[in-house]
Each structure stands twice: as C-alpha cells, then as structure tokens.
Ligand binder design. Structure first.
Ligand code: SAM
Length: 226
C-alpha cells in the first residue's frame, strides 16, 4: 500500500542521513519512561530544525511547547557560539523531565525552560525585550497557534523564521466548516499568515512513521511594529 511505501522511504532516508544518536536516544528513553506521549517531532524533522538554526546563525531561539525537550535538543545543537534557546511549557512535570534531559545532554547552560501558559510567557518576553529571536518553533496546543504566530512575529526580526508543526493533520485542515478546535486553530493560522504583509510563508506535507502531517515555514520580511 501507499502507507507501506511511505514507511519504507522514511526508513531509507533515516538510514542514509541519520547516525546513531545516544544523547537523543537517552532523552527519548527518559520521556518514554516518564510516560510522556510520543508527540515529539520525528528525527528527520528535528534535524531540519537544527539545520535551519545553523543557516540562520541563530543566537536566540524560542520554542513554544517543550514536552520532554526532544526538539529543543535539536534546536540547541544548531545554535551559534554563545547562543541560547528559550522553551515554553505549561506542564511543570514536562518541564522537569526536559530540564533533566538538557542537563544529561550537557546543554543545561544553553537552554532555559519557562513554565506557564505560553501566551503569558511570550507577552513577558516581549515586555522584557528578550528578542529578537532568529528562529521560533511553534508546537504547543493547536487552538492557540494563531495567537502564538502573532506573538512570534512581534518577537522576531526581518529574516527570522517561524516554523509551525502539525499543519496538515491527515488533511483534516481541509474541513472549512469543522468544529474541531485544532482544525479551527490551524485554519486561522493559515489565514493570518496569508494576510500578514510582514511575512512570506510556505508549508509542506510530511509522511512516515508519524503519519501524514506537515510543517509550515514562515519568514519574517518586514520589521514588526508594536
Ligand atoms: N516540541 C516538542 C518536541 O517536538 O519534542 C513537542 C511538544 S508537544 C507536541 C506540546 C507541548 O505543549 C506539551 O508538552 C504541552 O504540555 C505543551 N502545552 C500545551 N498547552 C500549552 C500552553 N498553553 N502553553 C505552553 N505549553 C503548552
């Protein structure tokens, strides 16, 4: 079937482009042992985040939705010398597991976890003048994605990238009349990004062991005004 073919191709790409990775394997094992849901990015997508960070020579990275810190470790690996990742997480237990993973990965001094609702943390980062962030990865509760996107633009600079995960959801996003709050949130994100003159956006579908989904990549082109 088509699905078997997608899985075989996913495996083929992994075999070619990913090496054994004891640090991330240990982090994932700790997440599994703690009973966290396996909703982290796929390894090949984590690597894309690292490569984007490198291409941007990112010194400041912001992540919305930490879970156990799997994607955060990939992002931190892409930081420029002296750079820092700030990652936002609602659930203190997730944050605690992530923090232990960062320390075990030797990345404790490069990553700060902020616990609380991400909308509050983003507002606080803006007030503190913590930005601009070179790369912002949005991967938390989907209904708030349009609001995270608005804050992300405010916390960015021209040239920054905003990456949004799970923007396809096996095609569920096509349902214009859907009452599903995740679908509504993502459709509102597409509409907002499309209408925002300060950004240019693309998205691509992904298939493989994590099913059929997609990533949006948004580039900020104009300075946000407050
Ligand atoms: N980025 C992670 C990775 O790839 O390894 C996965 C993140 S997981 C999909 C989403 C996370 O967002 C969960 O840990 C959840 O607790 C967190 N979350 C949900 N609502 C949130 C909110 N309002 N503010 C901050 N984090 C939230």
């Amino acid at each position: 079937t088509q699905d078997d073919k997608w899985l075989a191709i996913d495996d083929y790409i992994v075999e070619n482009f990913l090496e054994a990775d004891p640090v991330l394997e240990a982090a994932q094992a700790a997440c599994d042992a703690a009973g966290l849901p396996a909703i982290q990015v796929a390894p090949l997508q984590g690597k894309l985040l690292m490569m984007l960070a490198r291409a941007l020579q990112a010194r400041k990275i912001l992540e919305v939705g930490t879970l156990g810190g799997y994607s955060t470790i990939w992002l931190a690996r892409g930081l420029a010398e002296g750079g820092h990742v700030t990652t936002l997480e609602l659930d203190p237990r997730h944050a605690e597991i992530a923090q232990a993973n960062f320390e075990n990965a030797g990345l404790g001094d490069k990553i700060t976890v902020r616990v609380g609702p991400a909308l509050d943390s983003m507002a606080a980062l803006h007030t503190e003048g913590a930005g601009p962030f070179d790369l912002i990865f949005i991967d938390a509760d989907k209904p708030s994605t349009p609001d995270y996107f608005d804050w992300a633009v405010k916390l960015a600079r021209p040239g920054s990238f905003i990456v949004v995960d799970n923007v396809v959801r096996e095609g569920a996003i096509l349902a214009a009349q859907s009452d599903n709050k995740h679908v509504k949130g993502l459709r509102a994100f597409y509409a907002r990004a499309a209408a925002d003159p300060r950004v240019t956006a693309t998205a691509f579908q992904t298939v493989g062991h994590k099913g059929h989904d997609g990533l949006a990549i948004v580039q900020v082109t104009q300075a946000p005004s407050d």
